[in-house]
Design a binder for this molecule. Sequence first.
Ligand code: ZN
Length: 166
Amino acid sequence: MSDNTLIADGKVVSFHYTLTDPDGDTIDSSDGGEPMLYLVGAQNIVPGLERQMLGKTVGDELVAKVPFAEGYGPRDPNGAQDVPRESFPPDVELEAGMQFMGQTDDGGHFPLWIMGESDGVVTIDSNHPLAGVDLSFAVSITAIRDASEEEVAHGHPHGPGGHHHH
Ligand code: ZN
């Protein structure tokens, strides 16, 4: 592999990142762990970050400012809802931040997040926890390679740092 490969559709990119909110508080980081992997063009990462990574190469570092509209979207003020504890499996311990899949009447699925639980009532929210939050990603690109046909077909990378569902 040549070391001047650029980030473009059909590549698998590895990168380290630190994600901070507008107050400068760290939300998430790959520091001390495996780099994050994504398949370019497959919407594995938020659109604003994906766009700003295009054309970069191994060793590049950047700070990508991603407004929420290009991140996890606006926050729906009506997204929160209280539901009885019995709506969830009794053997699952519910914690704030956990994600569940809800089901619509016509069989579709949508993500829900647990906000909290008290007195047998669970508060859920259809908003991603980072909806409405402007994001700043400090990124360091560590590897770029061609995606395999299988990865392109699945729409995500395989191997260390990728999906492990096979
Ligand atoms: Zn797969």
